[in-house]
Design a protein around this ligand. Structure first.
Ligand SMILES: [Zn+2]
Length: 260
Protein backbone atom coordinates (compact mmCIF):
# COMPACT_ATOMS: atom_id res chain seq x y z
CA UNK A 1 0.00 0.00 0.00
CA UNK A 2 2.33 2.76 -1.17
CA UNK A 3 -0.39 5.40 -0.83
CA UNK A 4 -1.15 4.75 2.78
CA UNK A 5 2.56 4.68 3.43
CA UNK A 6 3.32 8.03 1.85
CA UNK A 7 0.37 9.50 3.74
CA UNK A 8 1.91 8.45 6.99
CA UNK A 9 5.52 9.36 6.35
CA UNK A 10 4.99 13.02 7.26
CA UNK A 11 3.59 11.87 10.57
CA UNK A 12 6.54 9.66 11.29
CA UNK A 13 9.16 12.27 10.69
CA UNK A 14 7.58 14.88 12.89
CA UNK A 15 9.11 15.81 16.21
CA UNK A 16 6.71 15.87 19.19
CA UNK A 17 6.67 19.69 18.94
CA UNK A 18 5.68 19.48 15.28
CA UNK A 19 2.90 17.05 16.10
CA UNK A 20 1.48 19.42 18.73
CA UNK A 21 1.81 22.38 16.37
CA UNK A 22 -0.07 20.53 13.63
CA UNK A 23 -2.86 19.38 15.94
CA UNK A 24 -3.09 22.89 17.42
CA UNK A 25 -3.58 24.41 13.94
CA UNK A 26 -6.22 21.81 13.25
CA UNK A 27 -8.15 22.62 16.44
CA UNK A 28 -7.59 26.38 16.55
CA UNK A 29 -7.04 27.48 12.93
CA UNK A 30 -7.64 31.15 13.71
CA UNK A 31 -5.48 31.35 16.80
CA UNK A 32 -1.82 32.27 16.70
CA UNK A 33 0.37 29.30 17.46
CA UNK A 34 1.83 29.61 20.96
CA UNK A 35 5.44 28.86 21.64
CA UNK A 36 5.64 25.13 22.27
CA UNK A 37 7.58 23.26 24.87
CA UNK A 38 7.14 19.49 24.84
CA UNK A 39 9.06 17.27 27.18
CA UNK A 40 9.08 13.76 28.58
CA UNK A 41 9.26 13.56 32.36
CA UNK A 42 10.08 10.84 34.84
CA UNK A 43 6.62 10.51 36.37
CA UNK A 44 5.60 7.54 38.50
CA UNK A 45 2.76 6.75 36.08
CA UNK A 46 1.59 7.30 32.52
CA UNK A 47 -0.06 10.66 33.21
CA UNK A 48 0.49 13.63 30.93
CA UNK A 49 -0.19 17.32 31.43
CA UNK A 50 -0.73 20.42 29.35
CA UNK A 51 -0.66 24.05 30.43
CA UNK A 52 -1.00 27.32 28.63
CA UNK A 53 1.00 30.17 30.09
CA UNK A 54 -0.93 32.98 28.48
CA UNK A 55 -0.09 36.61 27.96
CA UNK A 56 2.61 38.62 26.22
CA UNK A 57 4.43 39.18 29.50
CA UNK A 58 5.37 35.54 29.48
CA UNK A 59 7.16 35.60 26.14
CA UNK A 60 10.85 35.09 26.26
CA UNK A 61 11.87 36.86 23.08
CA UNK A 62 15.61 37.31 23.10
CA UNK A 63 17.47 40.25 21.54
CA UNK A 64 17.44 38.56 18.14
CA UNK A 65 13.66 38.61 18.16
CA UNK A 66 13.05 42.19 19.22
CA UNK A 67 12.80 43.29 15.61
CA UNK A 68 9.68 41.21 15.22
CA UNK A 69 7.74 43.65 17.39
CA UNK A 70 4.93 43.03 19.85
CA UNK A 71 2.59 41.66 17.18
CA UNK A 72 4.54 38.42 17.23
CA UNK A 73 4.08 37.93 20.92
CA UNK A 74 0.93 37.32 22.92
CA UNK A 75 0.09 33.76 21.92
CA UNK A 76 1.64 32.55 25.15
CA UNK A 77 3.47 29.35 25.72
CA UNK A 78 2.09 25.86 25.62
CA UNK A 79 3.85 23.53 28.01
CA UNK A 80 3.31 19.80 27.50
CA UNK A 81 4.73 17.24 29.89
CA UNK A 82 4.32 13.61 28.96
CA UNK A 83 5.34 10.55 30.92
CA UNK A 84 8.66 9.20 29.66
CA UNK A 85 6.84 5.88 29.41
CA UNK A 86 5.54 7.37 26.16
CA UNK A 87 8.94 8.44 24.85
CA UNK A 88 9.11 5.35 22.66
CA UNK A 89 5.48 5.44 21.57
CA UNK A 90 4.69 5.55 17.84
CA UNK A 91 4.03 9.01 16.42
CA UNK A 92 0.40 8.04 15.82
CA UNK A 93 -0.02 7.49 19.58
CA UNK A 94 1.61 10.85 20.41
CA UNK A 95 -0.69 12.45 17.84
CA UNK A 96 -3.70 10.86 19.56
CA UNK A 97 -2.50 12.15 22.94
CA UNK A 98 -2.00 15.63 21.45
CA UNK A 99 -5.66 15.58 20.40
CA UNK A 100 -6.69 14.48 23.89
CA UNK A 101 -4.60 17.06 25.77
CA UNK A 102 -5.36 19.98 23.46
CA UNK A 103 -9.01 18.96 23.38
CA UNK A 104 -9.06 19.05 27.17
CA UNK A 105 -7.34 22.44 27.25
CA UNK A 106 -9.76 24.01 24.76
CA UNK A 107 -12.83 22.05 25.87
CA UNK A 108 -13.32 20.39 22.52
CA UNK A 109 -14.70 16.89 22.16
CA UNK A 110 -11.95 14.43 21.32
CA UNK A 111 -12.78 12.30 18.25
CA UNK A 112 -13.25 8.69 19.27
CA UNK A 113 -10.56 7.62 16.82
CA UNK A 114 -7.92 9.32 18.98
CA UNK A 115 -9.16 8.38 22.44
CA UNK A 116 -9.51 4.80 21.23
CA UNK A 117 -6.02 4.69 19.69
CA UNK A 118 -4.46 6.07 22.86
CA UNK A 119 -6.33 3.67 25.16
CA UNK A 120 -5.42 0.77 22.91
CA UNK A 121 -1.75 1.60 23.35
CA UNK A 122 -2.00 2.03 27.12
CA UNK A 123 -3.78 -1.29 27.33
CA UNK A 124 -1.06 -3.24 25.52
CA UNK A 125 0.58 -5.90 27.61
CA UNK A 126 4.13 -4.64 27.08
CA UNK A 127 3.13 -1.10 27.96
CA UNK A 128 1.29 -2.20 31.09
CA UNK A 129 4.27 -4.24 32.22
CA UNK A 130 6.55 -1.26 31.76
CA UNK A 131 4.12 1.08 33.58
CA UNK A 132 3.82 -1.41 36.41
CA UNK A 133 7.61 -1.53 36.86
CA UNK A 134 7.87 2.22 36.81
CA UNK A 135 5.13 2.61 39.44
CA UNK A 136 6.86 0.02 41.56
CA UNK A 137 10.28 1.63 41.45
CA UNK A 138 9.39 5.33 41.27
CA UNK A 139 6.08 5.62 43.05
CA UNK A 140 6.40 6.24 46.71
CA UNK A 141 3.63 4.63 48.61
CA UNK A 142 2.57 5.52 52.08
CA UNK A 143 1.24 2.43 53.81
CA UNK A 144 0.10 2.95 57.35
CA UNK A 145 0.17 -0.64 58.59
CA UNK A 146 -2.86 -2.74 59.58
CA UNK A 147 -3.53 -1.49 63.10
CA UNK A 148 -6.12 1.26 63.23
CA UNK A 149 -7.75 3.00 66.18
CA UNK A 150 -10.63 0.57 66.15
CA UNK A 151 -10.02 -2.23 63.65
CA UNK A 152 -7.00 -4.32 62.79
CA UNK A 153 -6.94 -5.04 59.05
CA UNK A 154 -4.74 -8.10 59.47
CA UNK A 155 -7.39 -9.71 61.67
CA UNK A 156 -10.11 -8.77 59.20
CA UNK A 157 -8.07 -10.20 56.32
CA UNK A 158 -7.30 -13.50 58.05
CA UNK A 159 -10.90 -13.94 59.13
CA UNK A 160 -12.11 -13.52 55.55
CA UNK A 161 -9.31 -15.62 54.11
CA UNK A 162 -10.38 -18.51 56.35
CA UNK A 163 -14.07 -18.02 55.61
CA UNK A 164 -13.94 -17.57 51.82
CA UNK A 165 -10.53 -18.62 50.52
CA UNK A 166 -9.70 -21.72 52.57
CA UNK A 167 -7.13 -19.65 54.42
CA UNK A 168 -4.89 -19.83 51.38
CA UNK A 169 -4.78 -16.27 50.20
CA UNK A 170 -1.33 -14.71 50.49
CA UNK A 171 -1.53 -11.59 52.58
CA UNK A 172 -0.60 -8.37 50.77
CA UNK A 173 0.48 -5.24 52.60
CA UNK A 174 -2.49 -3.76 54.44
CA UNK A 175 -3.06 -0.17 55.40
CA UNK A 176 -5.50 2.62 56.16
CA UNK A 177 -5.88 5.58 53.83
CA UNK A 178 -4.33 8.81 55.01
CA UNK A 179 -7.67 10.63 54.97
CA UNK A 180 -11.16 9.25 55.74
CA UNK A 181 -12.27 9.17 52.11
CA UNK A 182 -15.91 8.65 51.17
CA UNK A 183 -15.26 8.53 47.45
CA UNK A 184 -12.62 5.81 47.59
CA UNK A 185 -13.63 3.28 50.18
CA UNK A 186 -10.85 0.89 49.38
CA UNK A 187 -8.45 -0.12 46.63
CA UNK A 188 -6.01 -2.81 45.69
CA UNK A 189 -2.72 -1.54 44.30
CA UNK A 190 -1.07 -4.36 42.34
CA UNK A 191 2.17 -2.40 41.86
CA UNK A 192 2.73 -2.31 45.59
CA UNK A 193 0.74 -5.44 46.37
CA UNK A 194 -1.26 -3.51 48.92
CA UNK A 195 -4.87 -3.22 50.00
CA UNK A 196 -5.74 0.21 51.33
CA UNK A 197 -9.00 0.73 53.23
CA UNK A 198 -10.51 4.16 53.81
CA UNK A 199 -10.01 5.41 57.35
CA UNK A 200 -13.70 6.23 57.41
CA UNK A 201 -14.27 2.63 58.50
CA UNK A 202 -11.92 2.84 61.48
CA UNK A 203 -14.55 4.16 63.89
CA UNK A 204 -16.48 2.44 66.68
CA UNK A 205 -19.89 3.29 65.15
CA UNK A 206 -19.01 1.45 61.93
CA UNK A 207 -20.14 -2.21 62.10
CA UNK A 208 -17.45 -4.83 61.49
CA UNK A 209 -19.60 -6.12 58.64
CA UNK A 210 -18.86 -2.97 56.60
CA UNK A 211 -15.09 -3.25 57.03
CA UNK A 212 -15.29 -6.92 56.17
CA UNK A 213 -17.22 -6.25 53.01
CA UNK A 214 -14.75 -3.65 51.72
CA UNK A 215 -11.83 -5.94 52.53
CA UNK A 216 -13.60 -8.86 50.83
CA UNK A 217 -14.17 -6.75 47.72
CA UNK A 218 -10.47 -5.81 47.55
CA UNK A 219 -9.43 -9.42 48.16
CA UNK A 220 -11.49 -10.38 45.14
CA UNK A 221 -9.42 -7.90 43.11
CA UNK A 222 -6.37 -9.89 44.17
CA UNK A 223 -8.09 -13.08 43.13
CA UNK A 224 -9.60 -11.87 39.84
CA UNK A 225 -7.19 -9.64 37.92
CA UNK A 226 -8.34 -6.86 35.62
CA UNK A 227 -9.36 -8.11 32.20
CA UNK A 228 -7.62 -6.23 29.36
CA UNK A 229 -9.13 -6.67 25.96
CA UNK A 230 -8.30 -4.29 23.14
CA UNK A 231 -8.99 -0.78 24.36
CA UNK A 232 -11.35 -2.10 27.00
CA UNK A 233 -10.44 -2.61 30.60
CA UNK A 234 -12.84 -4.56 32.79
CA UNK A 235 -12.15 -4.28 36.49
CA UNK A 236 -15.20 -6.12 37.82
CA UNK A 237 -15.45 -9.17 35.61
CA UNK A 238 -18.38 -11.56 35.61
CA UNK A 239 -16.44 -14.03 37.79
CA UNK A 240 -15.71 -11.18 40.18
CA UNK A 241 -19.38 -10.23 40.42
CA UNK A 242 -20.44 -13.82 40.95
CA UNK A 243 -17.87 -14.34 43.70
CA UNK A 244 -18.92 -11.12 45.41
CA UNK A 245 -22.49 -12.40 45.75
CA UNK A 246 -21.19 -15.03 48.17
CA UNK A 247 -20.79 -12.36 50.81
CA UNK A 248 -23.64 -12.76 53.29
CA UNK A 249 -25.84 -9.80 54.22
CA UNK A 250 -24.86 -7.92 51.07
CA UNK A 251 -28.07 -5.86 51.24
CA UNK A 252 -27.44 -4.76 54.83
CA UNK A 253 -23.88 -3.78 53.98
CA UNK A 254 -24.96 -1.62 51.04
CA UNK A 255 -27.35 0.18 53.39
CA UNK A 256 -24.59 0.75 55.93
CA UNK A 257 -22.30 2.14 53.21
CA UNK A 258 -24.97 4.63 52.14
CA UNK A 259 -25.14 6.00 55.68
CA UNK A 260 -21.39 6.28 56.29
ZN1 LIG B 1 -13.61 -2.90 42.89
Amino acid sequence: MPDAHSLQTSLFFETPEEIYARVFRELKPRTALPELQVEFCRFANADSFIRLDAGPAMTTAGPAMTGAGPAMTGAGRLHVRMSDLLAGAPAAVLEALAHILLGKLYRKAVPRLYSHRYRLYLNRKDFRREAHLVRQTRGRKFISGPQGDHYNLEEVFERLSAQFFDGLMGRPRLGWSRTPSRSMLGHFDPSHNAIIISRIFDRPQVPALAVEYIMFHEMLHLRYPVDHNGARRRVHTREFREAEKKFPQLKEVKEILKRL
